[in-house]
Design a protein around this ligand. Structure first.
Ligand SMILES: [Mg+2]
Ligand SMILES: [Zn+2]
Length: 185
């Protein structure tokens, strides 16, 4: 099984310092949903792992988060893309949970749920250092995109070893799907 794990805000949709608190505020980054569709066509299952501390802070509730994700699923379907599952951490930073990135809890849960080791080259894509740290600790190959907080993340440095950098999710997918073709005689 081919699996890829994506951060949400700043990778699939435009990020906001004020949090994405409603479906109206969830706006896809140009080309991101089409990139997910191309992954699906190549046999990838696409899973999202996202910190949503706005829930823990009381900025929006679970019903609203579900409505936001419903909009994301609907928008994806319109371009033939399928997001298999959304794993989210609803906790605030001081809740000290095991799921909030940079902790690898969500990645380990994904590994369990899909019955797949992440150490066999499963790719994770994020725009923040903590996305890449969480994925790296869980065994994923980290990819930084420069959308969302990505430019700032690159400037600050300290990326996990082997991190690859691409302008956006579409660029990552261009690269992944360009992998050498096996020739059989
Ligand atoms: Mg992000
Ligand atoms: Zn959590």
């Amino acid at each position: 099984m081919k699996l890829i794990i994506l951060d949400r805000d700043g990778v699939i949709n435009h990020d906001s310092e004020a949090f994405i608190k409603s479906p109206a505020e969830w706006i896809p980054i140009k080309g991101s949903l089409e990139a997910i569709a191309r992954l699906n066509q190549a046999g990838y299952r696409v899973v999202v792992a996202t910190n949503q501390s706005g829930v823990g802070r009381g900025l929006f509730d679970m019903m609203m988060l579900n409505a936001i994700h419903q909009k994301m699923h609907n928008a994806a379907q319109q371009v033939g893309a399928d997001i298999d599952a959304v794993f989210f951490c609803p906790h605030a930073a001081d809740d000290n949970c095991d799921c909030r990135k940079p902790k690898p809890g969500m990645f380990n849960e994904i590994s369990r749920r899909f019955g797949i080791s992440l150490r066999g080259g499963v790719i994770t894509v994020g725009d923040s250092l903590r996305d890449l740290q969480a994925g790296f600790v869980a065994g994923c190959a980290p990819y930084l995109v420069l959308t969302g907080k990505g430019e700032k993340t690159l400037e600050k440095g300290g990326l996990p070893p082997g991190t690859l950098v691409y302008p956006d999710l579409a660029g990552v997918v261009d690269f992944i799907l360009k992998a050498p073709v096996e020739v059989s005689v």
